[in-house]
Design a protein around this ligand. Structure first.
Ligand SMILES: *[C@@H]1O[C@H](CO)[C@@H](O)[C@H](O)[C@H]1NC(C)=O
Length: 325
C-alpha cells in the first residue's frame, strides 16, 4: 500500500512536467504530423512552444476567474493564430440572402427554457474534417440529418464528401477551400445527398476528389432567420431542429471547455464569420454547438457560447436550415 502511494505521488508530477521536447514528440505521434524538412519542423516547434505558453497563461487566468473557458493543446498546436484563421473556410460572398427565404416563425409563443436535440436522438456523432476546409458541408449535413430524423424517425449520417466533391460549379463552393451551407442546401435540393456510408469521407489530408456519384435524399429548399436575431434563432432551434450557423471561430483554436463570451475577442460582423457549425441545443445561458473538429476538441467536440449577450461571435448572424416537403 505504501509503495503504491509513493509511486502515485511520483507519477503525477512527471505528467505535468513533460519538457517541451517531450510534449512535441507526443503531439507529433498523436496527430500523425510529419514535416518536409528540419527547417519546417523547427518553425513548427517554435510555434508549438509559443502556443504552449499561451495556453498556460490562459488557463492561469481561467483559474483566477479572468477567463470564461479553458484551452488545451490539440491538432492545431503547430499553427499560429493567423494560419488557423486562414484555414477556416466559410465563404463570405453568398451571405446576404433575405426575401423569399426568410423564415416566418411569427408569434410570441413561449419557448421552452431548454432544448437539446441530442437527447431526442436527432444528432449524429461528431465528425473530424481534418485539414480540409469543409466545415460548411458538415454543418449542412448536420441540419439535414436532423430534419430527416424528425420526418422519418431515421438518424443516418449523411455525406459531407458528396457535397465537397459535387456541390461545385454553379453552387460556388470550393470543396476543401470553403463553401456555404445555403449553397449546400441548394445542391441537395437539386441533386440530393447520399449517406456517409454510400460516399465516405476521405478528405482528411485536405485533398478533395472528383464527384463520384450523385443522388440520395432531397430537400425542398432552405430558410434563414433575420440577421443577428437571437430570439429568432431560439425559435428556429425550438420549433425546427438543429440549425446551421456561422461563427467567428478565430479564438476557438484551443478551446477545451466552458462558455465562450465576447471577452474572447470574437466579433459578430458578417465579415468576421469564418466557420460553419450546427446549433443543437440551448439553455438559458448558452447555445450548444456541434463542431466538426473531432471529439478531442472542446467538450467532446461541442462548444458552449454565451446566449443573449449581443449575438456572441455572430451565432445569430447567418442562420439557415433545410426544408423538407
Ligand atoms: C438557392 O437557390 C435559390 C432559388 O433558386 C436562389 O434564390 C438562392 O440565391 C440560392 N442560394 C445560394 C446561396 O446560392
Amino acid at each position: 500500500m505504501k509503495l503504491f502511494i509513493v509511486t502515485f505521488t511520483i507519477l503525477i508530477p512527471t505528467i505535468y512536467c513533460l519538457s517541451d521536447q517531450e510534449e512535441w514528440q507526443q503531439f507529433k505521434t498523436q496527430h500523425g504530423k510529419a514535416y518536409r524538412s528540419l527547417l519546417e519542423e523547427k518553425i513548427r516547434f517554435d510555434i508549438f512552444k509559443s502556443n504552449l505558453r499561451m495556453i498556460d497563461e490562459h488557463n492561469e487566468r481561467f483559474s483566477n476567474g479572468e477567463e470564461t473557458f479553458e484551452v488545451r493543446i490539440n491538432q492545431f498546436g503547430d499553427l499560429s493564430q493567423e494560419e488557423f484563421r486562414q484555414m477556416l473556410s466559410l465563404q463570405k460572398d453568398q451571405i446576404p440572402d433575405r426575401g423569399g427565404n426568410l423564415a416566418l416563425l411569427d408569434g410570441n409563443e413561449d419557448l421552452p427554457e431548454e432544448v437539446d436535440w441530442r437527447a431526442r436522438g436527432a444528432v449524429t456523432t461528431v465528425k473530424q474534417q481534418g485539414n480540409c476546409g469543409s466545415c460548411w458541408a458538415f454543418s449542412a449535413v448536420g441540419a439535414i440529418e436532423g430534419q430527416i430524423f424528425l420526418k422519418n424517425g431515421i438518424l443516418e449520417p449523411l455525406s459531407a464528401q458528396n457535397l465537397i466533391d459535387c456541390a461545385r460549379g454553379k453552387y460556388h463552393n470550393e470543396g476543401c477551400y470553403g463553401g456555404s451551407m445555403k449553397s449546400a442546401f441548394n445542391y441537395t435540393r437539386d441533386h440530393g445527398v447520399l449517406t456517409d456510408q454510400e460516399y465516405p469521407y476521405v478528405s482528411y489530408s485536405g485533398k478533395e476528389g472528383k464527384c463520384k456519384k450523385q443522388g440520395g435524399v432531397k430537400i425542398s429548399g432552405y430558410k434563414v432567420t433575420p440577421e443577428g436575431d437571437e430570439q429568432a434563432l431560439a425559435k428556429a432551434v425550438a420549433l425546427i431542429g438543429p440549425v446551421s450557423v456561422g461563427l467567428d471561430a478565430t479564438h476557438m483554436q484551443f478551446y477545451s471547455g466552458g462558455v465562450i463570451t465576447k471577452k474572447s475577442g470574437c466579433k459578430n460582423e458578417l465579415d468576421d464569420l469564418d466557420h460553419g457549425v450546427l446549433v443543437v441545443a440551448y439553455s438559458e445561458d448558452y447555445w450548444l454547438i456541434k463542431n466538426s473538429w473531432g471529439t478531442t476538441w472542446g467538450e467532446q467536440g461541442y462548444l458552449r457560447l454565451k446566449r443573449n449577450d449581443g449575438n456572441t461571435c455572430g451565432v445569430a448572424s447567418i442562420v439557415s436550415y433545410p426544408t423538407l416537403d
